[in-house]
Ligand binder design. Structure first.
Ligand code: ATP
Ligand code: MG
Length: 235
């Protein structure tokens, strides 16, 4: 499989303190499924921010879609980001838009015709179990419902890369399983998936998933090629 992302000795420092990420090197193979684990504060969200170009590294190299992502001109960042679906740890839904319109947003931004939007949006709403809450606005939804809207919005455009930060942190185990199945289906269609999670229960669910483990800002398996033992919890 070709590499879709390549990090080389990446470091990230916020302000003047110690590095939050140090010497992070890995490649993501196009079409593979990755879990990113590590204790709270280990740097998972920070690494994902580099992946979806919300943050530039302080040092090191990042290549993405065959191009240098560090020196990418600012004007080209939106074009790159349209190829990446993101489920934010804090959802970031548009509060005054309905669940339906939040999910439709990426299609509208990409210029999809209005007549081609309704069917996929309704399909996604059904997938995440929110077909009864189509008109609800995010502030009136529960945390788990908001999370599901955020997931539907991230996957609806069939991104080349899906980055999900604790995407099952607010839902019950049955829904977590269902959402993981959705990611798996998307992965089978060719999307490269990166899921940051604390939930060890999820890790064994995707037998081919590769593990990336962060410890205090350093990656323990630099190639990200270790397979998770299907029975153990030894990640
Ligand atoms: N914008 C920021 N400015 C300064 N420090 C930050 C910023 N964002 C994160 N940090 C620090 O970087 C470290 C890593 O944070 P990060 O959010 O990446 O961890 P995480 O692994 O996602 O944790 P969690 O599991 O709790 O979500 C933490 O010490 C955090 O305080
Ligand atoms: Mg985080």
């Amino acid at each position: 499989m070709a590499n879709i992302v390549q990090f080389e000795n990446v470091g990230l420092r916020y302000g003047g303190g110690a590095e939050t990420l140090s010497d992070v090197s890995f490649t993501l193979s196009s079409g593979a499924f990755y879990f990113l684990t590590g204790a709270s504060g280990a740097g998972k969200t920070s690494l994902l921010k580099l992946l979806y170009l919300a943050q530039r590294p302080t040092r090191g190299g990042i290549r993405m879609f065959g191009e240098d992502a560090v020196t990418l001109p600012r004007a080209r960042i939106p074009g790159f980001r349209r190829r990446i679906g993101v489920v934010f740890q804090d959802f970031r839904l548009v509060p005054h838009l309905s669940a339906y319109d939040n999910i439709a947003l990426p299609l509208r931004v990409s210029g999809v015709a209005e007549s081609d939007i309704d069917a996929p949006v309704r399909e996604m709403l059904a997938w995440v179990g929110l077909d009864q809450r189509i008109e609800a606005k995010p502030p009136t939804l529960s945390g788990g419902e908001q999370q599901r809207v955020a997931i539907a919005r991230a996957v609806i455009g069939r991104p080349e890369i899906l980055v999900a930060d604790e995407p099952t942190g607010n839902v019950d185990p049955d829904m977590a399983e269902r959402l993981l199945h959705l990611f798996d289906s998307l992965n089978r269609l060719g999307t490269t998936v990166v899921v940051a999670t604390h939930d060890f229960h999820l890790l064994g669910r995707i037998p081919d998933a590769r593990m990336m483990r962060l410890d205090k800002g350093r990656l323990l398996d630099p190639t990200g090629s270790l397979r998770f033992p299907p029975t153990g919890e030894g990640a």
